[in-house]
Write a protein that binds this ligand. Structure first.
Ligand SMILES: *Cc1c(COP(=O)(O)O)cnc(C)c1O
Length: 337
């Protein structure tokens, strides 16, 4: 038995998902003739009460397209210093859009409206880059799967409206936040100009993200996706996996969250564990007193795999393929350390 807690992206399609994929009706999506992709795009747009959605091969491409849609070269966006768009998208913000990032030192990857307000460059001060976009991440990945208080998001929306800024949500794990907080996707559709959501994280599909947005903004999205090389043909097979995931794998995220909390409680009881970060969803971040590499190697010998995140932090991520049996075994191993 191999226990892989490196990420919630390591899952394999379930048999139900594979059946849905094999039975998908497909066509050429570059001509917008793939019926399954069209159903997926309409379904997710409707879930969030947004005008329209576009299927992307990856979350990175969906975020990068959004940034391109909202900005002009030379402008600046505001984001938390932990933001995925800044840290883990290969420098795409500058490469694809010629945009710089004003980074905010937030709390667990989350920023406040007050912090945003003081980070906006005065629009008539032409020496500074023009601020045109605010990006937030929910849940915040590097922040340990932290969930925003929706009231703060609404406050940031107001700051954006007052200052004529666009507002993008990197919602790769928004599903986890919706389940953890009992929120309605339509709340998010009301306040953001664009939202990206991933099908290949907690939802367990092999690939795919969607970018949702207002029609006036999204009109150009298909052109941007094309220039980023993201046009896809009979991709309905993958859209079918996404549809299956949305119908079957959202509510069960609560189970991943429960397991993560139980792992956190087990860690709290261990003498060599220095600190366990608060656990809102399916990500557990902790620090230990000893050598991290030794701990990772010892666990690997017991077929338990996970990553260090730098700065002495270690991370476990629970997911669809982390079963109850694995969980029981893992808790036993932990308590014997
Ligand atoms: C995974 C992730 C993405 C997108 O990643 P891809 O691997 O390109 O699909 C974007 N934002 C966050 C916060 C993520 O965790």
């Amino acid at each position: 038995m191999i226990i892989d807690l490196r990420s919630d992206t390591v899952t394999r399609p379930t048999s139900g998902m594979l059946d849905a994929m094999m039975n998908a009706e497909v066509g050429d999506d570059v001509y917008k003739e793939d019926p399954t992709v069209n159903i997926l795009e309409e379904k997710v747009a409707a879930m969030f009460g947004m005008d329209t959605a576009l299927f992307f091969p990856s979350g990175t491409m969906a975020n990068q397209a959004a940034i391109k849609l909202h900005t002009q070269p030379g402008e600046q966006l505001i984001a938390d210093a932990y933001a995925h768009i800044y840290n883990y998208e290969g420098g795409g913000v500058s490469f694809n859009s010629g945009v710089s990032c004003k980074l905010i030192q937030g709390h667990r990857g989350m920023i406040t409206a007050d912090q945003v307000a003081v980070s906006i460059n005065p629009p008539d001060f032409y020496h500074s880059p023009l601020t045109s976009l605010v990006c937030v991440e929910n849940t915040a990945n590097k922040g340990g799967g932290a969930c925003y208080d929706f009231k703060e998001i609404k406050k940031i929306r107001n700051i954006c409206t007052q200052n004529d800024l666009r507002f993008h949500l990197d919602g790769a794990r928004l599903w986890n936040a919706l389940v953890a907080k009992g929120e309605n996707p339509k709340q998010y559709g009301e306040v953001f100009d664009t939202i990206s959501v991933c099908l290949s994280k907690g939802l367990g599909a092999p690939m795919g993200s969607l970018l949702l947005g207002k029609q006036s903004i999204m009109n150009k999205a298909i052109r941007v996706r094309k220039l980023l090389g993201g046009g896809m043909r009979q991709i309905g097979y993958m859209a079918a996996a996404g549809l299956y995931a949305i119908d079957h794998h959202i509510d069960r995220l609560a189970d991943d969250h429960k397991k993560a909390k139980e792992i956190g409680e087990a860690l709290e009881g261990l003498s060599f564990v220095k600190n366990v970060a608060p656990i809102d969803t399916n990500i557990v971040i902790f620090t230990i007193t000893g050598n991290e590499e030794d701990f990772i190697a010892k666990m690997a010998k017991k077929n338990i795999h996970f990553y260090g995140m730098g700065e002495g932090k270690l991370r476990f991520v629970t997911h669809l393929d982390y079963t109850a049996t694995m969980h029981e075994y893992f808790l036993t191993i932990l308590s014997s350390f």
